[in-house]
Design a protein around this ligand. Sequence first.
Ligand SMILES: NC(=O)c1ccc[n+]([C@@H]2O[C@H](COP(=O)([O-])OP(=O)(O)OC[C@H]3O[C@@H](n4cnc5c(N)ncnc54)[C@H](OP(=O)(O)O)[C@@H]3O)[C@@H](O)[C@H]2O)c1
Length: 262
Amino acid sequence: MANPIALITGATSGIGAAFAEAYASRGHDLILTGRRMDKLNAIAQRCRDRFKVMVETVSAELTNGQDVAALAEKIKSSAVDVLVNNAGFGKLGPFSENAIESQIAMLDVHARATVVLTHAAVGRMKERRSGAIVNVASIAGFLPMPSGAMYSSTKSFLVIFTESLSMELRPFNIRVQALCPGFTHTDFHEKIDIPRERQKNKGVSRWMEPGEVVACSLRALDRGKAVCVPGFWNRALLTAVKLAPRWLYHALFPHFSRDDLV
Ligand SMILES: NC(=O)c1ccc[n+]([C@@H]2O[C@H](COP(=O)([O-])OP(=O)(O)OC[C@H]3O[C@@H](n4cnc5c(N)ncnc54)[C@H](OP(=O)(O)O)[C@@H]3O)[C@@H](O)[C@H]2O)c1
C-alpha cells in the first residue's frame, strides 16, 4: 500500500522543516513548499536519505493567487492525508506606517492561502473519513498587540477558523488543530532583524526549539486537541491574560516595549 501523503507549506526552515522530518519519520511521503528552493531541496534530500520516503518540492509564493490555486489543485489530485498550513512571517511596526501591500500580504499568506488550501483538502478527507489539518497560528492570536495588529489578528482568525472546523469535521474523523507556539528558534525573528543572540529567555519570554513545538503538536493531534499551545510558560501566560480584565490588559500591554521581550 502507498504511504500516506503530508503537504507542508513553508517547509524551508523552522517549524515547517521540523514537521517535514516528523511526518517523514512516521512514514509519510511529503510535498513541501517554500521559496528558498536550495534550502527546501536540501531538507527534502535529508528526509529521503534518512526515512526512505518520497518527497516532492514545490516553489510557491503564497501571496500569489495563481500559486495558491495551483497548490490547491495539487492537494486535490494527490489526495493528501495531512495538510500543515505553516508558512508565515512577521512584520513589526505601527499599522499606519507599514505599507498597505505588506499588511495585505500577511492577510494573504496567513488567512487566504490557509482557507483555500484547507478547502481543497477537506473534500477528499470527508469522502475517506480520515485526515488531519494543522494550521500554525501563534500565541499572538490571543494577544492583541500595538505594532502587531495584522500579525495578531490574522493569527486570531486562524484560531477561530480552525476551532470551528475542528467541531464541523470531527464526525468525519478529520482532526483539525490550531498550533499556537510562543517564541521559537527559527529563521522568523532574524528576518525581522532580531538576531540569534537576542533570542534568549527574558522576563515572560521563554524560547522553544522547533522540534519540541512539533512533538507537542503531534501528541495533541493524536489526542484530538483542537488548540495546542506548546510550553508550560506560554500556557501560563495565556491563562493569566484570560483571567485579567480586558481594561487592565489594554492599560498594561502598551508599556511593554520590544526590549522587554527580546
Ligand atoms: N518562530 C516563532 O517564534 C513563531 C511563533 C509563533 C508562530 N510562528 C509561526 O510559525 C510558522 C512558521 O514560522 P517559523 O517560525 O518556522 O519561521 P521561518 O523559519 O521563517 O519559516 C517560515 C516559512 O514560511 C515561508 N513563507 C513566508 N512567507 C511566505 C510567502 N509569502 N509565500 C510562501 N512561503 C512563505 C518561508 O518560506 P521561505 O523561507 O522559503 O521564503 C518559510 O518556509 C509561521 O506561520 C509563524 O507565524 C512562529
